[in-house]
Design a protein around this ligand. Structure first.
Ligand code: ITT
Ligand code: NA
Length: 203
């Protein structure tokens, strides 16, 4: 069976392809379909935005489509940047600018008060079948010092996991893919996917 990852974020696509490795699916992403532009994410929840990305694409491709809507929820900022994580510092989706803006917003917040969690909401869509929705979270702390890393994904350079003694950016991808919000969402997906694929096969 074919599955298209409805994402233009290459970091995300690499992680998801890795997480999908043993599912026996033929996986592509929007990088393979340059004619498809960005979808406007007008939702106010991760689920709403993931549905906006997955469901029209499933109708377009006639295949299973997987979308991930994710973000960083910072307790001291009442949940910001949340669903606006990609465009926190503006529509250019600049990870470096987003990190700087977040550190500035937290400049008077110290120690354990810098707690945050990542959220990943996955939606699997297929024409005529009710979408499958799962979520995962990962808990951490926002560092005060930022070592810019142009290779890193989003907020990974400032997201510190005490149990690992490392930021997400410092972990090998294999380890991040065991403990991340996306990894936990996939662990939840595995439980419900077989029954959903049976529904898909009926169409
Ligand atoms: P697509 O919508 O095309 O998939 P996007 O980057 O715009 O790509 P989102 O709208 O879901 O995706 O925004 C998620 C943002 O949250 C992302 O740009 C990062 O800033 C942040 N983020 C999500 N998961 C992350 C992770 O594992 N590590 C670091 N930052 C992450
Ligand atoms: Na997006």
């Amino acid at each position: 069976m074919k599955l298209v990852i409805a994402s233009h974020n290459q970091h995300k696509v690499v992680e998801i392809k890795n997480l999908l490795k043993n599912f026996g699916l033929e996986v592509t992403s929007l990088a393979d379909y340059p004619e498809i532009g960005d979808i406007e994410e007008t939702g106010t929840t991760f689920e709403a935005n993931a549905r906006l990305k997955a469901e029209p694409m499933a109708a377009h491709f006639g295949t299973i489509v997987l979308a991930d809507d994710s973000g960083l929820v910072v307790d001291a900022l009442d949940g910001a940047p949340g669903v606006y994580s990609a465009r926190y510092a503006g529509e250019s989706h600049d990870d470096h600018a987003n990190n700087l803006k977040l550190l500035d917003a937290l400049k008077d917040v110290h120690g354990n008060d810098r707690s945050a969690h990542f959220v990943s909401c996955l939606v699997l869509a297929y024409p005529g079948v009710e979408s499958l929705v799962v979520q995962g979270q990962a808990q951490g702390q926002i560092l005060e010092d930022y070592v810019a890393d142009p290779e890193a994904f989003g907020y990974d350079p400032i997201f510190y996991v005490p149990e690992e003694g490392a930021t997400f950016a410092q972990l090998p991808i294999e380890r991040k893919n065991q403990i991340s919000h996306r990894a936990h969402a996939f662990q939840n997906l595995v439980k419900v996917l077989p029954a959903w694929l049976e529904e898909v096969k009926k169409y």
